[in-house]
Design a protein around this ligand. Structure first.
Ligand code: NAD
Length: 266
């Protein structure tokens, strides 16, 4: 049976751990050749590339800081040199630097905004240029597909995390405005907004029973998400199965955005 992403190439930022790692695996399983961007954890990205290649796929690891325009340009050049063109870009790299608002340093504000928001701006801009350069191929109905990894915090305010929530709120408007601008060229831009997914970024929220119980009160579906949940959504959103989906945020959150605090209280 033909795989959903056969003959397509995907570049995933922040693919050395967590959601990026899981999404890269899922896209490779769906037939895509994958460029695995990492910032500092080369071993982990190299290991995933070998695993994918040993299973018959195509993958390579490429270093870049997504907040640096030159490094982003080099990452796209290296991916193009390896695979000839790019069909799918997953702007995933991100981080948190949490603190109470009055104590938040300008450095921590700038680091989160430059990685999470400027990093997605640079990644999306390079993606659009690459799709235009390469042009249409028979592998997909779209000229190219971009998936921004946002968060439920593009919608839900988050005290103690003002920099992170502001970056994700920014991604919502970046994604929608870009989607509106490039849809006439058949470039599809969408977001996935994960709820609580078990990864290193939020370990404190699930690695003790007490923290887990508290977290589960926010998730109507009653479980913490896995990176597979995001990987499956990304495969669909990157494939022609979702060809008419443009400028949408797909919440993959077990119902976290349903205001669970109001349940039974109406
Ligand atoms: P993670 O910490 O496992 O992964 C983040 C990845 O981004 C890492 O591989 C890290 O090396 C990379 N990265 C950080 N700064 C970078 C930079 N400057 N250049 C290149 N790569 C960089 O955490 P995760 O949960 O997998 O997070 C991935 C994305 O998902 C983030 O954008 C995060 O905001 C988002 N997200 C996660 C959750 C969750 O519950 N885990 C929920 C909502 C949104």
């Amino acid at each position: 049976m033909e795989k959903l992403l056969a003959n397509q190439v995907a570049l995933i930022t922040g693919a050395s751990s967590g959601i990026g790692y899981g999404v890269a695996k899922a896209l490779a399983n769906a037939g895509a050749a994958v460029a695995l961007n990492y910032h500092s954890h080369a071993e982990s990205a190299e290991r995933l590339a070998s695993e994918i290649e040993n299973a018959g796929g195509s993958a390579f690891a490429v270093q870049a800081d997504v907040a640096d325009p030159d490094q982003v340009a080099n990452m796209f050049d290296a991916s193009r040199a390896r695979f000839g063109g790019i069909d799918i870009v997953i702007a995933n790299a991100g981080l948190q630097k949490d603190s109470a608002f009055a104590e938040m340093t300008l450095d921590d504000w700038n680091l989160v905004l430059s990685t999470n928001l400027t990093g997605q701006f640079l990644t999306c801009q390079a993606a659009v240029k690459e799709f235009r350069r390469r042009g249409q191929t028979p592998a997909s109905k779209a000229l190219g597909k971009i998936i921004c990894i946002s968060s439920v915090h593009e919608l839900i305010p988050w005290s103690g995390h003002v920099n992170y929530a502001a970056s994700k709120g920014g991604i919502r408007m970046l994604m929608q405005s870009l989607a509106q601008e490039v849809a006439p060229e058949c470039i599809r831009v969408n977001s996935i907004a994960p709820g609580a997914i078990r990864t290193p970024i939020n370990k404190d929220a699930w690695d003790t029973q007490e923290a887990l119980d508290k977290l589960l009160q926010l998730i109507p579906y009653g479980r913490v998400g896995d990176v597979d949940d995001i990987g499956k959504a990304a495969v669909w959103l990157a494939s022609d199965e979702s060809d008419y989906v443009v400028g949408t945020t797909l919440f993959v959150d077990g119902g976290m955005t349903l205001y669970p605090g109001f349940a039974g209280n109406g």
